[in-house]
Design a protein around this ligand. Structure first.
Ligand code: NDP
Length: 293
């Protein structure tokens, strides 16, 4: 039986409508969410991502201030721009589009963003906060900044009523941006999580045990139907540009015959990432205004 398609585009639109209402409410209180975006160099994919994020800001009534910086900018110059944004009371959130050129240490850059304006949720202070929080619902109640892609995946699972508590989840990929944080969020939601990577022995067998597979590998159509148990839920984070167009890390056509639910690429996790960035920016604006009172 063909799988339910988890329509990230539709869910993202619903959430964005809810967020747009929140922005109206905040503006009525004199709080104006503002996102500062920095792009270093002219990487075409990064330009597309920044463009999508700024368009989402426009739709929601969030002000976006963008700076494209020369690929030759020094690390010190970039740090000084971030420092200026950290100290600008009008700026709610700061986003540095990754990757940055090799001569710049991305860890140093992410560490320099004020944790209160860290809408990507990458600052070690914010990472430490959600890593040490036991329950996912407490993370939300306490208003922690969660990294946008993992946060978006949790929202998708929630809105499609996919049970997480007690589920066997296999995350393929252990990056700081996706694999590790989604593992922590799922653990906090009471899943039993196995994390796999390029050194995992017999990945196929490990994946076949999963009720939910999260694929964040960066290899086109890597997860094939023989790796998926009948009725499993498959979340495809991958974005790979092939001559045929964008494809995920999952062999969608064949896996969707076996899974009970699956995210498409495009239109699955991607729109959720941008939406959760908007949610974090709005939360940042609100928190800062409350702190300033
Ligand atoms: P990274 O390259 O940082 O990490 C990839 C992970 O996959 C690594 O942990 C790596 O293992 C693992 N891996 C690679 N080859 C294999 C293999 N043969 N078997 C098992 N595991 C393997 O990627 P990201 O996490 O940043 O991104 C993953 C994908 O998600 C990319 O396609 C990216 O474009 C996409 N993405 C999409 C987003 C969205 O909004 N939709 C947001 C962020 C990313 P090891 O650690 O051992 O090297």
């Amino acid at each position: 039986m063909a799988a339910i398609v988890i329509n990230g585009k539709e869910v993202a639109q619903q959430i964005q409508e809810e967020l747009a209402d929140k922005v109206i409410e905040l503006k009525a209180e004199g709080i104006v969410p503002r996102l500062a975006t920095l792009l270093v160099g002219e990487d075409p994919a990064s330009q597309v991502y920044i463009g999508q994020k700024r368009k989402a800001c426009d739709r929601l009534g969030i002000i976006s201030d963008h700076q494209t910086l020369s690929a030759k900018i020094t690390e010190a110059e970039l740090l000084s721009i971030i420092d200026g944004l950290n100290n600008d009371p009008e700026v709610s959130g700061i986003l540095v589009q990754l990757p940055v050129p090799e001569h710049i240490d991305s860890v140093k850059i992410l560490d320099a963003i004020s944790p209160q304006k860290d809408v990507d949720g990458f600052h070690p202070f914010n990472v430490g906060k959600f890593f040490t929080e036991k329950s996912f619902s407490d993370m939300i109640d306490k208003g922690l900044f969660l990294p946008c892609t993992p946060y978006g995946i949790m929202e998708l699972l929630k809105r499609y009523n996919i049970p997480i508590k007690g589920a066997d989840v296999v995350v393929v990929g252990r990056s700081n941006i996706v694999g590790k944080p989604i593992t922590m969020l799922l653990l906090a939601a009471d899943a039993t999580v196995t994390v796999c990577h390029s050194r995992t022995r017999d990945l196929r067998e490990v994946c076949r045990r999963a009720d939910i597979i999260v694929a964040a590998i960066g290899k086109p159509k890597f997860v094939t139907e023989d790796m998926v148990k009948d009725g499993a839920v498959v979340i495809d984070v991958g974005v790979n540009r092939l001559p045929e167009g964008l494809v995920g890390d999952v062999d969608y056509v064949n896996v969707s015959q076996k899974a009970s639910a699956i995210t498409p690429v495009p239109g699955g996790v991607g729109p959720m990432t941008i939406t959760m960035l908007m949610a974090n920016t709005i939360m940042a604006a609100k928190n800062q205004a409350m702190g300033n009172k």
